[in-house]
Ligand binder design. Sequence first.
Ligand SMILES: Cc1cc2nc3c(=O)[nH]c(=O)nc-3n(C[C@H](O)[C@H](O)[C@H](O)COP(=O)(O)OP(=O)(O)OC[C@H]3O[C@@H](n4cnc5c(N)ncnc54)[C@H](O)[C@@H]3O)c2cc1C
Length: 302
Amino acid sequence: MDINQLKEILSEFGDSVRFNHDLKKKNWFNIGGKSKVFYKSKNLRELVNFLKKLQNSEKIFILGAGSNTLISDNLFDGVVIKLDKNFNNISLLKEDIIIAGSAVLDKSLSDFALNNSISGFEFLSCIPGTVGGGIRMNAGCFDKEFKDILLSVQAIDKSGNIITIPSKDIKFEYRESDLSDDLIFLSASFKGVKSNKIKIKDKMNKLKIEKETNQPSKIKTSGSTFKNPKSQSKKKVWELIKESVPLDKSFGDACISQKHCNFFVNKGQASFEDMNKLIDFVAKKVLEKTGISLEKEIKILK
Ligand SMILES: Cc1cc2nc3c(=O)[nH]c(=O)nc-3n(C[C@H](O)[C@H](O)[C@H](O)COP(=O)(O)OP(=O)(O)OC[C@H]3O[C@@H](n4cnc5c(N)ncnc54)[C@H](O)[C@@H]3O)c2cc1C
């Protein structure tokens, strides 16, 4: 649809909908251009109405915290949806079961579990994304992944139908699952184990120190660029990069982190093209040296 038609159809959403909206500040890389439509959804009723208005006519991308997404500098000819307000709720269903909206930050979920003396959520304090992004990515660290605590996901498809999917019906793998790309996650329930606050806090502190020792923080990055190879190699991806790539290689302001060579960094004004060139360069060098074809972990919006 052209922008004028969209402006007419979406006029009732007022300030929640923006046109030609800049996405650069909405992702950790601080890279990217504009989106034809940007919609900040306040609640489920409004979201259903919005999707019905669009009638599946547009490409849709759901943006969480943007900590795993590289965005093109070209206009995204579609709709970016960011869940807000009512999707940020978090509550206790039973003494060891938590329900969280998909816009809740992983760190907030982890803190909520701590405050309610529930163990199992400590690893989430080290992941800078949202619940929605974590489910999509099956995010994890320190031998724990979202799938290990997830009970069920509530989602909506792009036609506006709401479904609940029990975790046992989802095939999760390392940083992926068989959940359809057509789904927008709304909320999820999680189960932990009753424990005591001191033990939980202690574990969180240990993980934080380990994470800060081995990975860079407070920089413009999207975390791990590539996944660890599944079966071809016993080596981790950072080892393959280290032995195959000159680590001082950069394209414009896109460079490889000194601290963790699978983390790529925008050290200033890197463009999408700069970062993409670096990603392609590293993948090519690793393939040439080791014969292993790397798969991207980061998602690309273009
Ligand atoms: C410094 C740093 C450290 C990191 N460390 C880790 C780590 O230890 N382990 C790890 O696994 N990852 C790590 N990451 C990567 C990232 O934080 C995770 O992948 C996180 O789960 C992404 O969440 P997000 O909300 O930022 O997702 P986004 O980047 O916004 O989106 C990622 C994907 O999820 C989809 N998505 C987001 N929300 C929804 C929704 N509600 N419904 C449907 N789809 C949705 C998007 O469309 C996109 O495909 C790190 C990143 C950084 C910057």
